[in-house]
Design a binder for this molecule. Structure first.
Ligand SMILES: NC(=O)c1ccc[n+]([C@@H]2O[C@H](COP(=O)([O-])OP(=O)(O)OC[C@H]3O[C@@H](n4cnc5c(N)ncnc54)[C@H](O)[C@@H]3O)[C@@H](O)[C@H]2O)c1
Length: 343
């Protein structure tokens, strides 16, 4: 594991195997320098444990950087459960997962993510105290995430097109699930034209009806002609093969780990496409997820959402000044925050 290409000095990586419930999971604590490592539980039918390990290492590192840039007193962690959330998720499995989280003694605080829900967190809570996102408490984080993606997109538009106003711009949204549809709400209100795609026909129908979106086939969404591409489904979609085919000036969306590898940051810049680092855009998830613990009221939350415009603008300006692509620029700014906290 120490030789894994995605290993980045992670403090602790726990492999969980519970025979009786069938749980197979990996919990990665990347950093607790700024506080307990926060991060969601992703349940996904990974083709093998190696793929799951790569995902959890990358996702947990991004959480550290996201927390550092958001200025919240949390570190970065993530967990993955290997299995199909539709068929393999049982209360016993979730409780066994909670037991593993409890054993970490608060070094990792979990929440829902792709493949898990607030109702699942209630079951995880049977066996651990270290869980957020319980129903009726933090609730659904995706409205705030949609709002921060929108602010990040306005800042990206300023850098890419010279004006932040998205009225009349065409935005291609990949994935109109929780985050995607909240983003569409902001875009429709701002007067943007929306092109969308989703593998879920019902989600597409909702976006067409509610936001006047034009639907395209999921296979086409990455290469449609538009001003902005907003990846709001899964990560790893921006590959060296896809970048030459993009027909947009700006990429800004809610999905985690959009770049298939760090080299894609440079490839996008080389094509003159402005890339808003994903963890800056989707920071609303942690702002919303930590607000109860940090006693953040509605007004303060709204101010934090608005500040995303400034943070993204600063990163993109530094990137322009230095010639270092935006992803690498944001990473080095986050590492500086961590170095400052280490003293
Ligand atoms: N929910 C949050 O607050 C939050 C916070 C930060 C980051 N994110 C990230 O944002 C992304 C979306 O999260 P969400 O909560 O909206 O999840 P979701 O499951 O509600 O929505 C994802 C949507 O993408 C669709 N999809 C999956 N594969 C697709 C494909 N190949 N082409 C088109 N559509 C596809 C799904 O059908 C679904 O409708 C994830 O990467 C997640 O990690 C979410």
């Amino acid at each position: 594991m120490f030789d894994h290409p995605e290993y980045d000095g992670h403090e602790e990586i726990v492999f969980v195997n519970d025979e009786s419930s069938g749980l197979r999971a990996i919990i990665a604590v990347h950093s607790t320098v700024l506080g307990p490592a926060g991060g969601g539980i992703r349940m996904f039918p990974y083709r093998d444990a190696a793929t799951a390990a790569t995902d959890v290492l990358r996702l947990s590192r991004a959480m550290t950087y996201k927390m550092a840039m958001a200025g919240v007193p949390f570190g970065g962690g993530k967990s993955v459960i290997i299995g199909d959330p539709h068929t393999d998720k049982t209360p016993e499995l979730l409780e066994a997962f909670g037991t593993a989280v409890e054993r970490l003694g608060g070094r990792y605080v979990c929440a829902e993510d792709v493949g898990t829900t607030p109702a699942d967190m209630e079951i995880v809570h049977h066996t651990t105290r270290y869980v957020t996102g319980l129903p009726g408490r933090t609730g659904d984080t995706s409205p705030t995430t949609g709002a921060t993606v929108y602010q990040a997109m306005r800042a990206g538009a300023l850098a890419a097109f010279g004006e932040s106003d998205l009225a009349g711009r065409t935005v291609a949204v990949q994935g109109v699930g929780n985050v995607g549809r909240h983003l569409c709400g902001h875009l429709a209100e701002a007067g943007a034209r929306i092109i969308c795609a989703d593998v879920d026909a019902e989600a597409v129908a909702g976006a067409v009806e509610r936001y006047g979106a034009t639907a395209v086939d999921p296979a086409e969404i990455l290469t449609v002609e538009a001003d902005v591409l907003a990846p709001c489904a899964m990560g790893g979609i921006l590959t060296a093969e896809v970048v030459p085919k993009l027909r947009v000036g700006l990429v800004c969306g809610g999905a985690n780990n959009q770049l298939a590898g760090p080299e894609v940051d440079e490839l996008l810049a080389g094509r003159g496409i402005v890339y808003v680092p994903d963890y800056l855009a989707n920071v609303g998830g942690v702002l919303s997820g930590t607000r109860l613990m940090l006693e953040v009221d509605d007004a303060r939350l709204a101010a934090r959402v608005a500040e995303v415009f400034d943070t993204v603008s600063e990163v993109l300006q530094r990137s322009r000044d230095s010639g270092v692509p935006p992803g690498a620029t944001a990473d080095s700014m986050a590492r500086a925050v961590l170095a400052g906290a280490r003293g």
